[in-house]
Design a protein around this ligand. Structure first.
Ligand code: NAD
Length: 330
C-alpha cells in the first residue's frame, strides 16, 4: 500500500501521517507514504519526522506535470492540502481558488490519467454556511459565506464531478473545527494560547457568541482513515466533534487553564460575514463506519494548552511573535 498525502506538513495532515508511520492504523503498519506539500507559511517540514517509509516532496498540488509524474505507483490520494484560514481569504481570496479549486482538479485529473483509483478529499462544515438551530446532514445545501468556504464547496463539487464522469472512487469528508498540537497560531485556540502565554491581549470577534463544534485532530484523522478504507464512492461523510462552545466560553476556558488575567480578553470588530453557528449531524459515518470521537473536550483542550506551553520554540518559529490581529475560529 502506498499513499500520496497532500498538505501533510500542516496541522491535520501531519497528525494523519505521524499516526500512520507510528502504526496507528491497523493494516497500514507497512504502508509507504509520499507527502506532497508546498510548505506555505502554514506548513513545516519538522511536523513530520524523517522515517524509512516516508518520502517528502516539496511541491505544488496545482503543478500538473509534477503531480502526473509523482502519482504512478500510489494506491490512493489523501488530500489535505489547502489554504485554510478564513480571515486570509477575506483579505485576498486568490490563493484559495488556485490551491483549493485548481489544485484539487489537478490532482483528480492526474488520478484519472495515471489510473490511481481511490481519492479521499478532506473538506469542511463551512461549505454549508451558518445554521441557527439544529444540524446539517450531508444532503443540506451548500451555502458558503466566505471565499475560503466557497473554494472548498467548489472543490467538493469538482470531486463529485470526477466521480460521476470518470468513475473515480472518490469520497469527501466534512469536519467541524479541529483543535490540537501544531496548529498554526492564527486560528483561535493556538493564537489565544500563545498570546496569553506572553501576557498579551486576545482579540475576540464581535459579541463572542459565535458557536463552533470542536473536534480533536486525532479523532478527525481516525475518521478520515475510516472513510479512506470503508467509505463509499461519491459519498460525503460529516465528521462532528460533538462539543459545542461559544467563542467567549472557549476563551474564558483558555484564560482559566493558563491562569491568565481575564482583562486580557478584548472585544474587537466582527469579521465580515462571520458565520454564527456550525453544527453537524454525523449519523452516517457513525452508523456506516462505526466512528466515535474518543477525546473528551476538556481533557483534550488541557493537553493542547500544555503542548503549546511546553513547546514555545515551535510556535515562536511559526511566527507567533508577530502582532496578530486576525483570529478566526474557522
Ligand atoms: P493547514 O493550513 O495547517 O495546512 C495546510 C497545508 O497545505 C500546509 O502544510 C501547506 O503548506 C499545504 N499547502 C497549501 N497550499 C498548497 C499547495 N498549493 N500545494 C501543496 N501543499 C499546499 O491546514 P489544516 O488545518 O491542516 O487543514 C487541512 C485540511 O482540513 C484543509 O483541506 C482544510 O480545509 C480542512 N479543514 C480544516 C479544519 C480545521 O479546523 N483546521 C476544519 C475543517 C476542514
Amino acid at each position: 500500500m502506498r499513499l500520496l498525502v497532500t498538505g501533510a506538513a500542516g496541522f491535520i495532515g501531519s497528525c494523519y501521517v505521524r499516526t500512520m508511520l507510528d502504526g496507528g492504523y491497523p493494516g497500514y503498519e507497512d504502508a509507504r507514504v509520499t507527502v506532497l506539500d508546498r510548505l506555505t507559511y502554514a506548513g513545516r517540514r519538522d511536523n513530520i519526522p524523517a522515517h524509512p517509509r516516508l518520502d517528502f516532496v516539496h511541491g505544488d498540488i496545482a503543478d500538473a506535470a509534477l503531480v502526473r509524474e509523482l502519482l504512478p505507483g500510489h494506491d490512493a490520494v489523501v488530500h489535505f492540502a489547502a489554504e485554510s484560514h478564513v480571515d486570509r481569504s477575506v483579505t485576498d481570496g486568490a490563493d484559495f481558488m488556485t490551491t483549493n479549486v485548481t489544485g484539487t482538479q489537478t490532482l483528480l485529473q492526474a488520478c484519472v490519467t495515471t489510473g490511481v483509483a481511490r481519492f479521499l478529499h478532506v473538506s469542511t462544515d463551512e461549505v454549508y454556511g451558518s445554521i441557527d438551530t439544529g444540524t446539517w446532514t450531508e444532503d443540506s445545501p451548500l451555502l458558503p459565506n466566505s471565499p475560503y468556504a466557497a473554494s472548498k464547496a467548489a472543490s467538493d463539487l469538482v470531486v463529485r464531478a470526477y466521480w460521476k464522469t470518470h468513475g473515480l472512487d472518490a469520497s469527501i469528508t466534512r469536519c467541524s473545527n479541529n483543535y490540537g498540537p501544531r496548529q498554526y497560531p492564527e486560528k483561535l485556540i493556538p493564537l489565544f494560547v500563545t498570546r496569553l502565554l506572553r501576557g498579551r491581549p486576545v482579540p475576540l470577534y464581535g459579541d463572542g457568541l459565535n458557536r463552533r463544534e470542536w473536534l480533536h485532530v486525532e479523532d478527525h484523522c481516525q475518521a478520515v482513515h475510516l472513510v479512506l478504507t470503508g467509505g463509499r464512492a461519491g459519498r460525503v461523510y460529516n465528521i462532528g466533534g460533538g462539543t459545542e462552545r461559544t467563542n467567549a466560553e472557549l476563551t474564558e476556558r483558555l484564560v482559566k487553564l493558563l491562569d491568565a488575567d481575564p482583562g486580557l480578553i478584548r472585544h474587537v470588530a466582527d469579521r465580515k460575514a462571520h458565520d454564527r453557528r456550525y453544527a453537524l449531524d454525523d449519523t452516517r459515518i457513525r452508523s456506516e463506519l462505526g466512528y466515535r470521537p474518543r477525546k473528551d473536550f476538556d481533557q483534550g483542550l488541557a493537553e493542547t494548552v500544555a503542548w503549546y506551553r511546553d513547546n514555545p520554540e515551535w510556535w515562536r518559529l511559526a511566527g507567533a511573535a508577530e502582532p496578530f490581529t486576525r483570529h478566526g475560529a474557522g
